[in-house]
Design a protein around this ligand. Structure first.
Ligand code: ADP
Length: 628
């Protein structure tokens, strides 16, 4: 797995740097506020340390009451001022960083919305994003880890700088001559030795801790798997759609097995992470803690010996001990932060693989002419198409010209390519071979959004939102209620609308409003048709729009179909031939090719044709229609 390979420092810094740039571009205030807050809180403690040292020195030395008074007031004033500014900065930070998980999600969501549909639809994209998300939720890898380590980096650098400036005099100050063996403390070799020892330990403690941390990165895969299992099984009770099955088949029992299985659940007391904690991960962590204590011992020893020998006063002892401990803490967290960044780099790379998925579709720039006469002529010219990653052609050599304002029916058995044909027409995919032309120009040359605007499609798997009915129909918050109502009437939803407690303002489903209404599949389909009408695009495409409607509602829609689509060019996909009789032209798809075209009567007269065979096969179910 990629994330097990460690990146070089240079690569790691580049990847993290790019991540930070992206975060800053999306959320400048969030990044700035966190960094400013971090720097402020890292530096201000030194003011307290410095002033306290002065007070203690004064108490133990000069004992000048006026100076003491002044120092105490200064300390109090500084503490109050610092606390106030800290609170303000914290507020700034909190305001702009609330919901940081959502902020990162928005970056992905923005990419997904702008992505070519072909990539969006690809399993590989879904898998990649799912892995990114799992790495994020399981151990915070990715943007969250990046931001935290940046904070840590800033904080440690500031702590280090502040600490060093208050510590230099410890090594520079001399033990007075004539203090016997203590003068050895002035010897430069000893001073260097102490500094070297401190640095070595300061490096060792976080390095050991980072080694322990690597086990999380190395095991991210199994970690993710278990998170997925837990995410599914432990949250099963929340799944409303599964609730009926769960009750009838007592599926929770199956799930409990996975939840509680000590081997499968790597977080259990016998699981992998428990074993690692008892083993190498725990040992590294313990060694790191032990080494840190040795450091404190050396600091106290050195400082106290120098003070004992008279190199400096009591106040300085507190100052040095406090600031060296901070220097060491700063060094450690600097190393930990850098380690985090390096461990995080492969995860950032994964995120960039996702964010760098190209957007080919958006390269066209021609504007689509706005025509009041709706004369948009679309033509398929020898179009063939294979789904990405698929060996077989879903469409082959399709030639078709749409007659403006006419009704075209596309019929054929399941899997014959009808939906694919529509997806190409709406430019969700581009043809593998051949061209689709709008008013004589390849559709790839047009601005993508504008081209999309000439189509209203009701797909079989359309989605409605748990928002007010009117907003669903209009696709926006501010809508024209008269037009929305009119479209709902035309789609056959009029009676139901009258029964809606708040009319167009009634929420669909109960997700966001307890007074929301649950609607049936057929009702949802009518709303989806109304939504297509509201868009009022020159092309209206209905992909098996009546599949979930009952026969009465279906008949109602057919009867009114002509009136519903008005002067639009309509394409109507169905495997029920009886629904297509009224169309001006019918195209019969078979295994990705258009094998017949004509009116219902023309096609039925060809007794050797597929249409005739399909018609007769279905006529058994529609007896009255077979007499037509
Ligand atoms: P229809 O709408 O006539 O039922 P489709 O257009 O959905 O047929 O499918 C045509 C062919 O393309 C089928 O063989 C189907 O398996 C294949 N197909 C559809 N969608 C995809 C996809 N996303 N990836 C790969 N193959 C697909």
């Amino acid at each position: 797995m990629e994330h097990k390979k460690q990146k070089s420092w240079k690569q790691a810094m580049k990847l993290n740097g790019r991540g930070l740039q992206i975060l800053y571009r999306h959320y400048p205030q969030a990044v700035l506020s966190r960094i400013v807050y971090t720097i402020w809180t890292a530096l201000t403690p030194y003011i307290g340390i410095y002033l306290s040292a002065l007070i203690i020195d004064e108490l133990a030395g000069g004992r000048d009451i006026h100076r003491l008074q002044f120092l105490v007031l200064l300390s109090l004033g500084a503490a109050a001022g610092i606390a106030m500014v800290t609170a303000l900065l914290n507020r700034w930070k909190v305001i702009y960083n609330t919901g940081s998980w959502l902020m990162v999600e928005r970056i992905y969501s923005e990419k997904l919305i702008g992505m070519d549909y072909a990539y969006l639809d690809a399993t590989k994209t879904a898998e990649l994003l799912s892995t990114i998300r799992q790495n994020e939720t399981s151990a915070g890898w990715g943007f969250h880890r990046l931001m935290n380590s940046c904070e840590m980096l800033c904080s440690s650098v500031c702590t280090l700088l502040g600490g060093i400036s208050l510590t230099v005099s410890l090594f520079a100050s001399r033990v007075p001559d004539g203090t016997g063996p203590f003068t050895v403390l002035n010897h430069p070799v000893l001073v260097l030795l102490v500094i070297g020892l401190m640095l070595a330990i300061t490096y060792l403690a976080p390095a050991l801790s980072n080694k322990a941390g690597r086990y999380w990165a190395i095991n991210a895969d199994s970690h993710n798997l278990v998170n997925r299992l837990i995410g599914f099984f432990a949250l099963l009770g929340y799944d409303r759609d599964a609730a009926t099955d769960v009750r009838i088949y007592e599926q929770d029992k199956v799930c409990d097995k996975y939840n509680q299985d000590k081997e499968k659940n790597i977080f259990s007391s016998k699981g992998m992470f428990a074993r690692l904690s008892w083993g190498p991960m725990g040992l590294y962590q313990a060694a790191s803690a032990g080494v840190s204590v040795v450091f404190t011992g050396i600091v106290y020893g050195f400082v106290c010996l120098k003070a004992w020998a008279g190199a400096f006063g009591l106040g300085s002892v507190t100052q040095y001990v406090a600031s060296i401990t901070k220097v060491s803490g700063g060094m450690s967290s600097l190393i930990v932060a850098l380690g985090h960044m390096r461990n995080n780099a492969p995860f950032m790379e994964q995120i960039f693989t996702f964010l760098d998925i190209p957007n080919h579709m958006y390269q066209g720039s021609l504007t689509v002419e706005k025509r009041r006469d709706r004369k948009y002529e679309v033509e398929f010219r020898d179009v063939s198409f294979k789904y990405p990653g698929s060996e077989n052609y879903a469409l082959s050599h399709v030639n078709m010209k749409f007659e403006v304002g006419k009704r075209l029916a596309v019929v054929g058995m399941n899997g014959s390519g009808k939906t694919t044909f529509i997806k190409l027409l709406c430019r969700l995919y581009d043809p593998t071979e051949g061209q689709i032309l709008l008013n004589g120009i390849d559709i790839r040359k047009y601005n993508y959004g504008e081209y999309m605007n000439i189509f209203s499609v009701v797909f079989q798997d359309f989605q409605l939102f748990a928002l007010p009915l009117g907003q669903n129909v209009a696709g926006r918050v501010d809508y024209d209620p008269v037009r929305a109502e009119d479209c709902l009437q035309k789609a056959g939803f009029g009676d139901r609308l009258e029964k809606m407690p708040k009319g167009l303002e009634t929420y669909l489903y109960k997700d966001y409003d307890k007074e929301g209404v649950d609607i049936s599949g057929g009702e949802a389909q009518k709303i989806a048709i109304a939504r297509a009408l509201y868009k009022d695009a020159p092309f209206i495409i209905l992909d098996e729009p009546t599949a979930a409607l009952d026969p009465v509602a279906e008949a109602e829609i057919y009867e009114k179909f002509d009136e519903i689509v008005e002067d639009k060019t309509a394409i109507y996909i169905s495997h029920r031939l009886s629904s297509c009789k009224f169309c001006d032209r019918i195209a019969v798809f078979h295994e990705g090719s258009v094998i017949q075209q004509g009116t219902h009567t023309q096609l039925l007269s060809d007794e050797a044709g597929q249409y005739y065979a399909l018609w007769n096969a279905q006529a058994q179910y529609y007896n009255e229609e077979s007499n037509d």
